[in-house]
Design a protein around this ligand. Structure first.
Ligand SMILES: [Zn+2]
Length: 283
């Protein structure tokens, strides 16, 4: 029986391996291009490569969604870059290149959930994955659009005005961008999730509320638990370890290990959980 092993492997596994190999090729090209264009650090390139392979193994449409998220995020980050950097340079260590932690924090949970969801044929995991990436998009887009057109932000916790770039600050323009992300990913879910009888509307609502819930949670965590530093020289809050005045800043608020990347990752977890909860209520 020379062909027994070939006959044993299911077409699902075969197509998954083929997609993973082609995904490695595509993700390698996209990540290398993004690195050359100054969008990713070397570590960020590897993280994007790995995320791309996992998402493509899950399905071509998931890979397309990930690329769309990445391209829109990069375009919004680049828009008005110099003006944004000048406005927030005292508050944020603002770099144009995304590193490995940032890539993993935003796209890691999504890739994992849709991969396992596709492998096990479990639509709930696919909805959770969409909720995770939609939350990441809603947060990223709100930050960039808010910095561009939002004017003076207010803290989501105290409603007092805060400096531009300070975590936990929200603007109307930023909330509008979150809503746009929620609608966009809800529409995508209509195309991407195999609709069980009558569940299409519930899925869209679940993903939209996951996006909004995740990005709002990001702001709340940013205003409360996120580690924030203080410059004794300028008497100013900042996320920089070394301030623009060259003084070393000190940890002065929040949980020490709760960095901006940790909060971004938690926002995707909350996006996934909100989506699952809403879907549970509606179906
Ligand atoms: Zn200072």
């Amino acid at each position: 029986m020379p062909c027994a092993s070939a006959a044993d492997s299911s077409p699902i596994t075969d197509s998954l391996i083929v997609r993973a190999l082609l995904g490695a090729l595509g993700a390698g090209v996209v990540a290398a291009f993004a690195r050359r264009a100054g969008m990713l650090t070397r570590g960020g390139q590897w993280a994007a490569f790995a995320t791309g392979i996992v998402a493509t193994a899950a399905g071509w449409d998931w890979a397309a969604l990930l690329v769309a998220y990445f391209v829109v995020s990069v375009l919004l980050t680049r828009a008005g870059w110099e003006a944004k950097r000048a406005a927030v340079r005292e508050v944020l260590p603002m770099q144009g290149e995304r590193n490995a932690t940032q890539v993993a924090a935003n796209g890691g949970l999504f890739a994992l959930l849709v991969f396992v969801g596709d492998l096990r044929g479990e639509p709930l995991l696919l909805v959770a994955g969409l909720g995770a990436i939609a939350a990441a998009a809603a947060d990223t887009w709100a930050t960039e659009v808010g910095l561009l057109w939002g004017g003076e932000p207010r803290s989501i916790a105290t409603a007092l005005t805060v400096r531009r770039g300070e975590s936990g600050g929200v603007t109307l323009a930023g909330l509008g961008a979150s809503a746009a992300a929620a609608l966009g990913f809800a529409a995508a879910s209509h195309v991407l999730i195999p609709v069980r009888s009558g569940a299409g509307g519930a899925t869209m609502m679940a993903v939209a509320l996951g996006a909004l819930g995740g990005s709002l949670a990001d702001s709340v965590l940013g205003a409360t638990l996120q580690s924030n530093r203080w410059c004794d020289n300028c008497r100013m809050w900042t996320e920089r370890r070394v301030h623009t005045c060259k003084y070393r800043t000190r940890h002065a608020r929040g949980v020490r290990w709760m960095t901006n990347d940790t909060v971004n990752f938690l926002a995707t977890v909350i996006g996934a959980l909100v989506s699952l909860t809403v879907l549970g209520w509606l179906t």
